[in-house]
Design a protein around this ligand. Structure first.
Ligand code: ADP
Ligand code: ZN
Ligand code: ZN
Length: 735
């Protein structure tokens, strides 16, 4: 019987995003396996292409109404992925509307795609010191003794050039078989040693949580624990159990370079066999870690989101720390949500998934309350201390009393006091680059789109635009609520904060941590260590400093403009504000001294602030839940973003209108679905490329999204060279 293989070609082209059938030549019948990379002829000229074997089929399973071509050669002897992986690829393709090839690339390190091999070196290994076969053995004794002690440590050229051993004599010893040359794999991973992290005696709550975890029949968990409640210790116990059963575990952190303490602790507890996996690794390092894991040499992986696709053996547990962070959603194709992939793997492999956070997303908490996830809770800090008190400062009053600086009077006084005591201060400024809203400094009024409940964005043309639906309004000169003329668009950067700090606090040692100051390699760690060692008094920073930092001497945290996150043009603005404030507050008063948090805002009555300052997650959840229900935002509906990118503005605009018209009949059939746009994106042009978007919002299933994808693919074929489209289900933002 003839055998056939379904092959996915390693190509970006949209029109070949489907399996192609090839005949397996008789001489390769025994060798071709699912998951291998093979060479195949493709197209009119039969150019050689690479492809992945998706499946192998018998004669009667394929439909061959034309002349099939043959696989020409096998590139990788061993399959690179297995049947489970293929199922995962299909899941990614269906769920995130991506191409096969995008999904393959997630699972396979770039190195392999480029044909990389593990790096190896040839070392000299000692075999025997029987010099009787050599004429004048005296001159060799020293050399052979040296290699007896240093067997396998040096390469030939090192011995010759560094240890000044005669090349002639070395060759002679090799020729006589007293020494041999052996190939050894060199792993390029981080070999640094870490301080041992000793197991702690569990608190009552931690024990209780672990008991519940162990006795549960569920595989999905939410560990909700206030900052400092000892979640990491709980994770480590969960991991330990898995490793004892000879299974593997994956621990995901939002961004590996921003969570040095997490890595220190896991490495310190579990030793060198912890693999680290994240985007800052070189292709070579990634390849090595991937290989080490595939071979089963590392059973625990700590990494950023992409680590979920590593070929771990016997997966027993996936932990997703700070599950609410938006870095778990990929911003490149496939635009996967790591938590959903983890759940897929849990079903496929029967492993457990633990999501952890002090401030779970509305979607996750909803699922925990409805029983999809088993809820585990840690309600008190390990040290038994209360959370630091938070104080909201109404910046409208500051304006009224003539204070136009970035600091309220209270924050200013607090800063003076802490500096005089030699304590440290963190100043936090949420910044999202391009977006800027318009508000009244006098009464706090913010221009919002009534349809979408989203802050409108100011454009240089003087227009206010809603970036969900495209509605516009002329930016007024006066506040429609209080008539004040202090209607301005909002914006301040960390640099400006630094300037003001230096102006008012001349003797303070100031550090700034944002994208600009952390570009260089290790620059984050440098700033982090300088502050930790007490060599600076004030740390100014963006979101970066809200994560996982643990400084004992920080007793004051100032959130300079809470408005900047309250008014990001996103339906999650309130949620993000609540999360950020809770998290930043967790940075204050970690040591013996009492901490304080000052929050400055023009809208102190906003519910995200009211609940945050009382550490009332449940209260916030309930309020936000009703808002989401009213607006049909997740978890009550989905958002499908369709993006078009092109160098040709008119072509793109026409195309987006056309597809919108094609999609409309489909949307109109659904009761609770709306189509918004097409409109230019908030960032309407990047480099030479124009960007447009269509948003589909409401209660729809993945079947509906798939139909839309098919329509889009069809339309896009004709203009594929000029316009790139992409789709994103529940995107992080609509920028
Ligand atoms: P979270 O991740 O919930 O914010 P951590 O796991 O970072 O909390 O724990 C906060 C601090 O408490 C850490 O310094 C940690 O080492 C310590 N800790 C955790 N569990 C215990 C325990 N059972 N006994 C003593 N100290 C603990
Ligand atoms: Zn006003
Ligand atoms: Zn709108």
């Amino acid at each position: 019987m003839n055998l056939y293989a379904e092959i996915i070609l390693n190509s970006e082209a949209l029109e070949i995003d489907r399996p192609f059938t090839y005949k397996i030549p008789v001489e390769l019948e025994e060798k071709v396996q699912v998951g291998q990379i093979v060479k195949v002829p493709f197209g009119m000229g039969n150019k050689t292409s690479e492809g992945f074997v998706l499946s192998i089929k018998g004669e009667n399973e394929v439909n061959i109404s034309f002349k099939v071509k043959k696989i020409s050669a096998i590139i990788t002897d061993e399959p690179i992925i297995d049947e489970d992986d293929i199922k995962l690829i299909n899941f990614l393709r269906e769920k995130y509307l991506c191409k096969y090839i995008d999904a393959f690339r997630l699972l396979i390190p770039v190195g392999i795609m480029k044909g990389a091999k593990s790096k190896s070196k040839k070392v000299i290994v000692f075999k025997s010191d029987d010099l009787s076969c050599i004429k004048k053995p005296e001159g060799y004794i020293e050399i052979i003794n040296f290699l007896k002690e240093n067997s396998g440590k040096y390469t030939k050229s090192e011995l010759i050039n560094v240890n000044s051993i005669s090349q002639y004599k070395l060759n002679k010893l090799i020729e006589k078989g007293l020494l041999v040359v052996e190939e050894e794999t060199v792993f390029r991973y981080n070999n640094r040693t870490y301080n041992i992290d000793y197991e702690k005696e569990l608190t009552f709550e931690q024990k209780h949580v672990l008991d519940e975890y162990n006795n549960s029949g569920n595989n999905l968990f939410l560990l909700k624990g206030v900052t400092g409640s000892g979640k990491t210790e709980v994770y480590m116990r969960m991991v330990e159990e898995v490793l004892e059963k000879n299974q593997s575990a994956i621990v995901l952190v939002p961004e590996i370079s921003l969570t040095p303490q997490m890595i220190e602790r896991f490495k310190g507890r579990f030793g060198r066999d912890v693999a680290l996996f994240h985007s800052k690794l070189s292709d070579g390092e990634r390849f090595d870690e991937w290989f080490r894991i595939k071979e089963g040499k590392a059973k625990l992986v700590v990494g950023a989101r992409s680590a979920i696709f590593l070929p771990v053996k016997n997966l027993g547990l996936i932990i997703i720390d700070e599950e609410h962070e938006n870095t778990y959603k990929s911003d490149q194709n496939p635009k996967y949500q790591t938590k959903e992939v983890a759940e897929f793997l849990s079903e496929q492999k029967g492993c457990r998934v633990v999501l952890g956070s002090a401030t779970p997303t509305i979607e996750t908490y909803y699922r925990a309350l409805t029983g999809d996830l088993k809820l585990l809770e840690l309600n008190s800090r390990v040290d038994g201390k209360a959370m630091p008190p938070m104080k909201v400062i109404d910046m409208r009053n500051e304006l009224r009393s003539g204070n136009i600086s970035l600091f309220s009077r209270e924050l200013f006084r607090d800063m003076q006091e802490k500096l005089s005591k030699g304590e440290q201060i963190i100043l936090f400024l949420n910044r999202r680059g391009f977006s800027t809203f318009v508000s009244c400094r006098s009464c706090g009024y913010v221009f919002k789109c009534e349809e979408c409940d989203i802050s409108m964005t100011y454009h240089r043309s003087g227009l206010l635009v809603c970036h969900y639906c495209g509605k516009t309004k002329r930016a007024p000169q006066k506040c429609p609520k209080c008539d004040s003329k202090y209607v301005k668009f909002f914006g301040a950067g960390t640099e400006r904060v630094e300037e003001e700090v230096k102006k008012y606090f001349k003797d303070a040692r100031v550090l700034r941590m944002d994208v600009d100051t952390t570009r260089g390699k290790d620059s984050y760690e440098k700033i982090y260590n300088t502050f930790k060692e007490g060599k600076a008094d004030i740390l100014i920073g963006t979101q970066m400093i809200s994560k996982g930092l643990d400084f004992k001497n920080v007793t004051l945290v100032g959130i300079l403009a809470a408005d900047m996150s309250i008014n990001i043009p996103d339906y999650r603005a309130a949620e993000r504000t609540f999360q950020i404030i809770t998290q930043v507050a967790g940075r204050a008063g970690r040591g013996e001294k009492q901490g304080k948090v000052v929050i400055q805002t023009y809208t102190p009555e906003h519910y995200s602030l009211e609940y945050a300052v009382n550490y009332d997650y449940e209260g916030f959840y309930e309020k936000e839940f009703t808002v989401r229900a009213l607006m049909k935002y997740p978890p009550f509906g989905n958002i499908l973003l369709i993006n078009g990118i092109s160098k040709k503005e008119d072509l793109l605009k026409n195309f987006m209108h056309k597809i919108s018209n094609v999609i409309k009949p489909l949307v109109e059939k659904e009761v609770e679905v709306d189509i918004l746009g097409p409109i230019p994106c908030l960032v309407a042009k990047v480099k030479e490329n124009y960007r447009w978007q269509i948003v589909i919002k409401g209660e729809f299933e993945s079947e509906f999204a798939k139909k839309i994808k098919e329509l889009l693919y069809d339309e896009n074929k004709n203009v594929y060279n000029d316009i790139r489209i992409s789709m994103d289900i529940n995107p992080n933002n609509l920028f």
